[in-house]
Design a protein around this ligand. Structure first.
Ligand code: FAD
Length: 304
């Protein structure tokens, strides 16, 4: 379902993010997770695109499989990195044939170990150009739905590291909205004040599309370290670090503290009229299920 229609029906969305599995075993385990999470009736699920476009076929295949074989509403991530315009077109045509309704348009990042990654062959340098292409694709009637693809973009409550000037950064975000984006999904954050301030700054900049909050429960200490690296420096509040330290590193206790923290974030976000919550599931179901249970939410339709 197109995101515009979703927001007409539902005040708050609950969505889940997966990454494409690398082998048959990982695929089996992901489909177990998906079966568990399908019961929570997410508004939509998204599938990431590997750094540097490295999971192009895996992402495309998983999205099509989810669309054809489950009741889920899958949204692929699509990045500028590693693609010519013709390649992007071919991907969009396949998604349109399978009636995929929404796409998250991103610039993408090069693989972590390739700092001198060559982008000279990429047709699109920034996400705003991909949003523009999606709009042209929609306008040309390339999608069977007359609304075309709904277009999501990324937002960064704590700022994107390449643009330290936060006023300029919002101008860049506004340019993506003006190019035709329908909604924003944020990078994960652990202090809701960062999200509320970002949301206020967006409104002041004239950005009035729905902003979905990215939530990732901490499930282990190594996971937390990796998160800090991948999320380009998410800030862990002192109170959260203290709570994690009190566990003495006990893995079960870390998991409980992480789930409790994320649940409290969600409760507070719901109290503050968040447009949607996007869970970074890391292809596991337990933490998300626990959060729903503690929130007292049977499934995502309970949030209408
Ligand atoms: P852009 O909007 O292009 O911005 C990139 C940088 O360029 C920003 O600093 C921006 O301020 C700056 N900029 C924009 N316009 C201009 C301009 N005109 N002049 C100068 N500077 C400008 N990455 C993946 O590889 N695969 C994924 O699946 C993926 N999923 C993600 C999902 C979410 C919800 C989020 C938040 C991020 C995701 N990322 C993913 C990471 C994302 O691709 C990176 O963070 C990337 O560095 C920025 O992407 P963007 O789409 O915001 O880029």
């Amino acid at each position: 379902m197109h995101i515009r229609d979703i927001f007409k029906r539902q005040r708050t969305t609950f969505s889940f993010e997966f990454f494409p599995p690398k082998g048959p075993e990982a695929a089996d385990s992901l489909f177990e997770t998906i079966a568990d999470l399908e019961r929570l009736r997410p508004t939509f699920v998204s599938v990431t695109y590997g750094a540097g476009g490295s999971t192009r076929d895996l992402t495309n295949d998983l999205v099509v499989r989810l669309q054809d074989q489950t009741n889920l509403n899958p949204m692929p991530h699509l990045t500028c990195l590693g693609h010519s315009e013709a390649q992007v077109h071919a991907i969009l045509e396949r998604y349109a044939r399978h009636s995929i309704s929404n796409i998250l348009a991103l610039r993408g990042d090069p693989p972590a170990n390739q700092r001198d990654y060559d982008r000279s062959a990429d047709s699109f340098k920034r996400a705003v150009e991909l949003v523009g292409l999606l709009r042209r694709f929609n306008d040309s009637g390339g999608h069977p739905d007359r609304n075309g693809f709904g277009v999501g973009i990324a937002g960064f409550p704590e700022g994107h590291p390449e643009t330290p000037n936060r006023l300029l950064e919002l101008d860049h975000l506004k340019a993506k909205v003006d190019a035709g984006a329908d909604f924003i999904i944020t990078q994960m954050f652990f202090d809701n004040r960062d999200f509320y301030d970002f949301r206020d700054r967006c409104r002041l900049a004239g950005i009035d599309i729905p902003i979905l909050a990215g939530i990732m429960p901490i499930t282990s200490l190594p996971g937390m370290r990796k998160m800090a690296e991948l999320a380009l420096g998410s800030r862990f509040p002192a109170s959260l670090i203290r709570a994690i330290n009190r566990t003495g590193g006990d893995p079960d206790a870390v998991r409980r503290v992480g789930a409790h923290w994320a649940t409290e974030q969600c409760r507070d976000l719901l109290d503050h009229d968040v447009a949607g919550i996007h869970f970074y599931t890391l292809n596991r179901s337990k933490a998300t299920q626990d959060i729903y249970a503690t929130l007292g939410v049977r499934d995502s339709t309970g949030l209408q």
